[in-house]
Design a protein around this ligand. Sequence first.
Ligand code: DQA
Length: 149
Amino acid sequence: MNRILVIHGPNLDLLGTREPDVYGRTTLAGIEASLKRIAKENGAEIESFQSNHEGEIVSKIGQASAGFQAIVINPAAYTHTSVAIRDAVAACGLPVVEVHLSNVYRREEFRHHSLVAPVAVGQVTGFGPQSYELGLLAALSACRKGARS
Ligand code: DQA
């Protein structure tokens, strides 16, 4: 059975109340429930991990190949700043799909650049909670194809 690790970066624990005009009203628990359902329908399993700390995210990515076949990650603000997370993604040996709730390319210029995208299989941005669902389907498809980041 494919096991997918879903990583949520800083401030995503606040979804539901955080800038609802930008991120909507769906909570992280709501997103995780729909991802669990989609994984089950596809004969797979997910584990979710949220952290506001860069080093914890780096460690989680570093350990992922022991228990998972792919990663879906919303690095949140670290998307635009973290060489450490990019290097962890590049080193992990798993297909990694980057997702964002908002369309980062329609927002402030500093959000237009992702350090993670060049080492990810691909990026899904702008579809709200559905970005995660599409990202999960892409990760499952990458597992089937044996893709690597
Ligand atoms: C985000 C976009 C980032 O620019 C921002 O810092 C976030 C959330 C998104 O999901 O749209 O925290 O990753």
